[in-house]
Ligand binder design. Sequence first.
Ligand code: GLU
Length: 460
Amino acid sequence: MTTNSVSLPDARPVRVRFAPSPTGFLHIGGARTALFNWLYARHTGGTFLLRIEDTDAARNSQEAVEVILTGLRWLGLDWDEGPLTGDASAPGKGAVGPYFQSQRGDRYRERVAWLVANGHAYEHEGAIRFRMPRDPIVIPDLVVGKVTRELTDREKLEPDFVIVRSDGQPVFHLVNVVDDLDMGITHVIRGEDHLSNTAKHIALFRAFGVAPPEYAHIPLILNIDGSKMSKRDKGASLLSYIEEGFAPEAVANYLCLLGWSPKGNREVVSLPEVVSLFDLPQILRHNARFDLKKLHWLNGEYIKTMSGERFHELAVQALQRMGFNTAAFPAAYVKAAVETAKPKVKQFTEVRHFAAFYFRDELEFDTAELRTELLATDRVLLGRLRAAFAAVAAWDAKSSEAALKAVATEAAVKIGLLVHPLRLAVSGSPVGPSLYHALEVLGREKVLQRLDWVLNQAPA
Ligand code: GLU
């Protein structure tokens, strides 16, 4: 570990924070910053805080905050303290909300008054400026190494920077440091884009007479081709992974690998295991490249090995997002339906093809052509199949398969001639779970109803 002569003793319990500005967008870089802070807190038995940096009132909205909360909850990153919300169902331990800078204006004014009173800041043209030291400042960064920051040529002309604008608004550098100070933050883990601010932050801490926290600046996430990842790039928004049916554990695992790696080039590493292995000096110094293909692969691996209960939970969430009211069906039916889809689904959006038909009253076809194709099927054959199904003694996958085979043998046709229209008739899709298991789960009554629907339509 890099030693920092002004750092606090190691014995002090770790307190870290994720401090996003609510922009209405949670970039995966931000999500990774949150994750690394959370991992470090959990690894050390420390405390993880969430602080919404919402001093820029013009850009703030409740929806923008929700984007952040939704993303963190989805990844399973719970925070440990904050003001009481009075909402017992709220996430975070003890129903605490995040800290909001917008609620801390008085505190910033007090701290600024102290800086002015002690000669560290002064008024200039209505604004308040901080007296920045002219000497170089050394940043002992745990990831980047030792960085010495001198004033830039522009800063040499005016080294003292504004901490309160003439309209009374405190600026980012001030509120960020005051909060880290008041909240007892021991380690600031954030994106490398903030390294250029850190000399100012260290100078502020020193002016307050306090040792700065340790810093760990995490390298950026680039696109696979090495270009800078922008908001518009595919995969940049964390919420897009919810919409696109990824498993949160796969996304969390993938984010861990963006800038950190366990020994032996392992790629599938569950979050609890990362918690036990994670440490700051192991964060990689080079920029990470975002590989959507690898994430898809990892997601498939997680779904393959996931427990039936977890698959059920995520599949039901996906169905509900698509507007299916699974709660209106018996629990055993939902469970059995979802189970038939598990071997086929690689992304939860695919439950639309593999399980949605269980929860529809009216058949919906993947395409209009499929409907036409089904209505052009041999009605006599389909009628015989219906009769054979109606006559089966005990309805299950085996008996419906046997009944279908008997009809095919008798009519001297290949079973495919029955299987394909039957699948279309019950699910509206040419792909789906194992057909006979789907028939069993749907139940004879629904299967006969769906066949009757076809038989009662005018032929195509
Ligand atoms: N609000 C800043 C951001 O969104 C926080 C920087 C920090 O973590 O100190 O980047």
